[in-house]
Write a protein of this length. Structure first.
Length: 169
């Protein structure tokens, strides 16, 4: 790490950490505006501060954050239109190398999931394989909407911690 978050100027902080939560720089903005101290200089400390902002946000803002995530092995991925972080995470799980059969299964599950819940299936896929992801997908689609809303937020928090650890290594 070249510079500690607590010593960064606002523009530099936002440039570096504004994308930790997918297309939702408002979280990093709020963390910076609340003030940064030495406790935010580690990935875990900055993660705690960012998650506190997320958890205090109104439900509609949380829903917008969930909806900002791309489908796993979806059309955006196939077109190469993911954020750099999402592209790397999906590739680490082999989602960029799906067979046509796997892609068809992901496409079907993505559609069913979105129809049921109104937002995309979100899972921290780093360190997972396609088989595990498909199994979780099939299991979670049976959840009730509130359970799945909370599960998606918990997965987003995991994704953010992975991203922060990478940024602050």
């Amino acid at each position: 790490m070249t510079e500690r978050p607590s010593t960064m100027e606002r523009a530099d902080f936002l440039a570096r950490f504004g994308g930790v939560f997918e297309h939702s720089p408002w979280i990093a903005e709020a963390v910076f505006d609340r003030g940064l101290g030495p406790e935010t200089d580690s990935a875990e400390g900055l993660h705690r501060a960012m998650c506190a902002v997320l958890r205090a946000a109104p439900r509609e803002r949380k829903l917008a954050l969930i909806r900002a995530h791309p489908d796993l092995a979806g059309r955006l991925a196939r077109r190469g239109a993911l954020t750099e972080a999402s592209r790397g995470e999906q590739a680490s799980a082999g989602l960029d190398a799906c067979s046509e059969e796997e892609f068809a299964r992901f496409t079907e599950l993505n559609a069913r999931y979105r129809e049921k819940f109104g937002f995309p299936f979100v899972m921290a896929v780093k360190g997972r394989c396609r088989r595990e992801i498909l199994a979780a997908f099939a299991r979670r689609i049976a959840n009730d909407p509130e359970t799945e809303f909370q599960t998606a937020l918990a997965e987003i928090e995991k994704i953010a911690l992975f991203r922060l650890r990478e940024l602050l290594s």
